[in-house]
Design a protein around this ligand. Structure first.
Ligand code: CA2
Length: 145
């Protein structure tokens, strides 16, 4: 199986600032963790990060026919991007929404996700481990289907 991991704006800064919210791991370290977890599951990982909404939309559109499922940390786009929502509605690839921080324990404007109802489910608040938990949950669902 092939799983795409899509990361949104500013996640390239992980490990450099706000470690009290997002932890100490860099995005490259999280990618390595996910690839390590994916190996025994027999999963190939396509890893992607962008700071641009349109590039995120393009990445979602590319999922069709290329990925069996996706893990999506849309970062700030989570809370606002109807373009991302429309792309996910069009592509209909099964995905798990994930966040490093617990978005429901943060500022009011971060407590709403415009994509959550399209996801299989959400993993939020486990730091870098959110990615591995989300991968395990997604694979459990895809293998049960
Ligand atoms: O908790 C998450 O994973 C978020 O998706 C992270 C986003 C935030 O906008 C969401 O509300 C929750 C922010 C990612 C930016 O990460 C930074 C890392 C270091 C320094 C500055 C930003």
């Amino acid at each position: 199986m092939r799983i795409a991991v899509l990361n949104g704006p500013n996640l390239n800064l992980l490990g450099q600032r706000e470690p009290e919210i997002y932890g100490h791991s860099s995005l490259a370290e999280i990618e390595a963790m996910v690839r390590t977890a994916a190996g025994p599951l027999g999963v190939e990982i396509d890893w992607f990060q962008t700071n641009h909404e349109g590039e995120m939309v393009d990445a979602v559109q590319r999922l069709r026919g290329h990925a069996d499922g996706a893990l999506i940390n849309a970062a700030a786009l989570t809370h606002s991007s109807l373009a991302l929502r429309d792309a996910l509605l069009a592509v209909k690839v099964p995905f798990v929404e994930l966040h490093l921080s617990n978005i429901f324990a943060r500022e009011p404007e971060r407590r709403h996700s415009v994509i959550a109802d399209l996801a299989i489910g959400m993993v939020t608040g486990f730091g870098a481990q959110s990615y591995v938990l989300a991968l395990q949950a997604l694979m459990g669902r895809l293998r049960a289907a």
